[in-house]
Write a protein that binds this ligand. Structure first.
Ligand SMILES: Nc1ncnc2c1ncn2[C@@H]1O[C@H](COP(=O)(O)OP(=O)(O)OP(=O)(O)O)[C@@H](O)[C@H]1O
Length: 259
């Protein structure tokens, strides 16, 4: 299957710092690909570069293709119109506006807004359409942030740490919603919660020191306690232990570049 996204030799420099140094990976045309790595390794910087939101004092090099389109160098509004949906880490809802107004502002001119799709996924948003977004809970705001992107048709969604700071029950709800979303649109997901990664991800890309340290099957990565620990600095997911005597991913299933 042709990837939906191909990132080749992506480098980002901000304020003289080399944050990404030749990052290459692909995103499958279906399901969830998770972008992992320790804090500060450049996951958000990667998503922001893909969607044209590197700060003005930054410099981006490399090639990024979404099917036949070249992304780097294009303005964000054009990328979004071309079907690249982005749910940023800080949720970015307009606190002073109602839920309905937030959704209306997200509508893209020239395309029919998919309120049915959004309200089927998030009935809560329909019930609360007159409520000011600033008075929603963190989980509801996250649902609204995702809903704002899903009001339009997308070819690929970039979602940055959607479960950050949410209560465990809400984390599960957000994960369930993303699983349903990913049935129809491929997702590149930054996520630190490994239980969520286990629930959602098929493929994994791990960044370390501004480069790709490992790519392969996300479930195999999580099953390898030592590998997970060495790449991410954390142990295995609770209740999910590597089989006794298991080894690093078989050749071809994953790649570890000596980090
Ligand atoms: N605008 C900026 N100016 C200077 N440094 C920046 C800027 N944006 C990011 N950085 C630096 O780039 C590095 C990568 O940051 P980034 O937010 O991409 O990491 P991350 O992997 O998403 O981290 P986290 O998991 O903590 O969210 C960090 O050291 C950060 O301080």
């Amino acid at each position: 299957m042709e990837p939906i996204l191909a990132v080749q030799d992506l480098s980002v420099r901000i304020a003289g710092l080399h944050i990404l140094q030749g990052v290459s990976f692909t995103v499958a045309p279906t399901g969830v690909t998770v972008l992992l790595g320790r804090n500060g390794v450049g996951k958000t910087t990667t998503l922001r570069a893909l969607v044209g939101l590197t700060p003005r004092n930054g410099e981006v090099r490399g090639t990024v293709r979404m099917q036949s389109a070249t992304l780097l160098g294009q303005p964000t509004h054009r990328l979004v119109r071309g079907g690249l949906g982005y749910v940023p880490e800080d949720r970015c809802v307009f606190a002073g506006l109602t839920v309905a107004e937030n959704l209306r502002l997200a509508e893209r001119r020239g395309s029919t807004p998919a309120y049915d799709r959004v309200f089927a996924l998030f009935p809560e948003l329909q019930r609360r359409s007159r409520q000011r977004a600033g008075s929603l809970s963190g989980g509801q705001q996250q649902m609204l942030a995702i809903g704002r992107v899903l009001i339009n048709d997308n070819r690929l969604l970039l979602v940055d740490e959607p479960t950050k700071g949410l209560a465990p029950k809400v984390v599960t709800e957000v994960a369930e919603v993303l699983a349903r979303v990913a049935e129809s649109v491929p997702v590149l997901l930054v996520e630190q919660n490994l239980a969520v990664v286990r629930r959602l991800a098929r493929d994994a890309v791990v960044l370390a020191a501004g480069q790709v340290a490992w790519t392969g099957d996300a479930q195999r990565l999580l099953a390898e306690t030592e590998l997970t620990r060495s790449l991410l600095g954390v142990g295995s997911v609770e209740g999910h232990h590597a089989a006794p005597g298991s080894h690093h991913a078989a050749p071809g299933a994953g790649r570890k570049d000596g980090h």
